[in-house]
Design a protein around this ligand. Structure first.
Ligand code: HCA
Ligand code: CU
Length: 383
C-alpha cells in the first residue's frame, strides 16, 4: 500500500486514559486534541461517552472544537452505549467486543454467532439513526482467537455492508509480526474492507506489529502519544511515525507537521506525571546523541551514516558527545572548531589522548574538554 493511504488513529484520549496515571482533565483533553489535529493526525479516539457524564461532556466538547481530525467515540457493542455516542456529536463510532475464547468466557458469555447478531443489531440501529456515521467493529484479543472464529465473525458483518472497517486488536500484546501479517492480510482479503490494527506492547512488539500490519494492508493504525495505555501500553505515535518515516520520509513529512511531535510528547508526559523516556523514538533525550569515535567521525562527514531520521525534521538537533573515553580525534577536532580554535592534527591527537586518559580516571564534562583544547593553544603560545 502506498504510505500516503494509511491513517493514524490516536487513542491517547481513550486507551491512554486506561494508563495508570492517565487521568486527563477536560482542559488537558482539549489541549492534547488540538495539538494532535494541528499535527495532522487523522483520527482522535475518545473514551466512551457512556462511561460517565463527564466523558459524555468531553466528547461533545472535543467534537464541537471543529478540528480537522475525525473524532471517534470508542464504545462497547451495546445499544445503549451506541445511543449515547450518537448524541455526543462525534463523527465516528468504534465498537469492540471480545473475540477470543477466554474473553468470551470471562466477559460477555456470547457465542460467535451471538457476537455477529449483536454487532448487526447495534450497527443497524446506528445506521438507521445516523446514516453517514463512520462505523468500525473490532475484535478484542483477536490474536488469541482461532482464525476460523474471526472469519465467522467478520464474513457476515462484511456482507451486511453496515461497516466502514474492521478492527483487529492484539489486546494482550502476545502477537508476533508474522502472525500479525498473516491475520491482517487474510481478514482484509476475506472482507474486502479496510482494516484497523491495535497492538499492545507486553512483549515489546507493538510498534513492529503496527508497522507490519501496515505492510500487510491495514489502513488504520492505532497509537498513543508515548505509547501509554493499559499496563505498559500500545504502539507509540512516535515509534510508528519513525518507522513509517524511514520507509518514505517525503510522504510522512507531507502528511504530518513533524516539528510539533516533541511538544506533544512533552505535553502528555507532563499530564501523566512522567518524564519522556530517555530512549524513546524521536523524542527521547538520547535519540540523536552520538558517542563512539567511529560513529562521530562518520556523522561529522555525513549524518546519514548513522542517522535514518533527520533531527531537524522534528525540530531537534543532534548531539556529538566528546567528554568520554570513546572520543575520537575527529569529534574533538569538531569541538575545537566550534570553539574557534584551529589545532594541528598532532595537537588534536594529543588532546584526544588527554581526554581519554582523564576519562579513565573520572567522569568528564564538556567544560573539561574545552579546557583541554584551550590548554593546547596556550601551550603553543608558551612554547
Ligand atoms: C481493551 C480494549 C482495546 C480495544 C481495541 C479496539 C483492546 O481491552 O481495553 O477497539 O480495537 O486492546 O482490545 O483497547
Ligand atoms: Cu487496547
Amino acid at each position: 500500500m502506498p504510505l500516503a493511504e494509511f491513517a493514524i488513529v490516536d487513542t491517547t484520549l481513550r486507551e491512554g486514559e486506561q494508563f495508570a496515571s492517565g487521568d486527563f482533565t477536560t482542559a488537558d483533553k482539549v489541549e492534547i486534541a488540538r495539538l494532535l489535529a494541528a499535527i495532522g493526525i487523522e483520527y482522535i479516539e475518545l473514551t466512551s461517552p457512556a462511561v460517565s457524564p463527564r466523558a459524555l461532556a468531553d466528547c461533545a466538547t472535543i467534537a464541537g472544537l471543529g478540528l480537522k481530525s475525525r473524532i471517534v467515540a470508542h464504545i462497547r457493542c451495546h445499544a445503549e452505549d451506541a445511543r449515547i455516542a450518537l448524541g455526543s456529536g462525534v463523527g465516528a463510532i468504534s465498537m469492540v467486543m471480545g473475540a477470543s475464547p477466554i474473553l468470551r468466557a470471562t466477559s460477555h458469555l456470547l457465542a460467535v454467532d451471538e457476537i455477529v447478531s449483536r454487532a448487526l443489531a447495534v450497527a443497524g440501529e446506528i445506521r438507521q439513526r445516523a446514516p453517514a456515521m463512520e462505523l468500525r467493529f473490532s475484535t478484542e484479543d483477536a490474536f488469541r482467537c482461532p482464525i476460523g472464529d474471526l472469519l465467522a465473525i467478520f464474513r457476515p458483518l462484511a456482507a451486511s455492508g453496515l461497516f466502514d472497517r474492521f478492527g483487529l486488536a492484539d489486546t494482550t500484546g502476545s502477537a508476533m509480526p508474522l502472525q500479525v501479517h498473516a491475520t491482517v492480510e487474510r481478514i482484509a482479503a476475506e472482507t474486502g474492507s479496510a482494516v484497523e490494527f491495535h497492538g499492545h506492547n507486553d512483549a515489546g512488539c507493538a510498534v513492529a506489529n503496527a508497522l507490519t500490519a501496515c505492510a500487510a494492508g491495514a489502513t488504520h493504525l492505532d497509537v498513543t502519544v508515548l505509547g501509554i495505555g493499559e499496563r505498559n501500553g500500545i504502539a507509540s505515535l512516535e515509534g510508528v511515525i519513525a518507522g513509517l518515516y524511514v520507509q518514505d520520509p517525503a510522504a510522512i513529512r507531507a502528511k504530518y507537521d513533524l516539528q510539533r511531535i516533541p511538544e506533544l510528547a512533552q505535553l502528555v508526559a507532563s499530564r501523566i506525571g512522567f518524564e519522556v523516556p530517555f530512549n524513546h523514538c524521536i523524542v527521547g533525550r538520547t535519540a540523536f546523541t552520538h558517542k563512539a569515535g567511529i560513529h562521530t567521525k562518520a556523522i561529522i562527514n555525513d549524518p546519514h551514516s548513522y542517522e535514518v531520521l533527520e533531527p531537524a525534521d522534528f525540530g531537534l538537533e543532534r548531539a556529538v558527545l566528546v567528554a568520554h573515553r570513546l572520543a575520537g580525534h575527529n569529534a574533538i577536532g569538531a569541538r575545537a572548531r566550534s570553539l574557534g580554535l584551529s589545532l594541528t592534527p598532532g595537537e588534536l591527537r594529543h588532546a584526544t589522548a588527554i581526554v581519554k586518559a582523564m576519562a579513565d580516571e573520572r567522569k568528564l564534562t564538556d567544560d573539561d574538554v574545552n579546557d583541554i583544547l584551550l590548554g593546547m593553544t596556550e601551550r603553543r603560545a608558551v612554547g
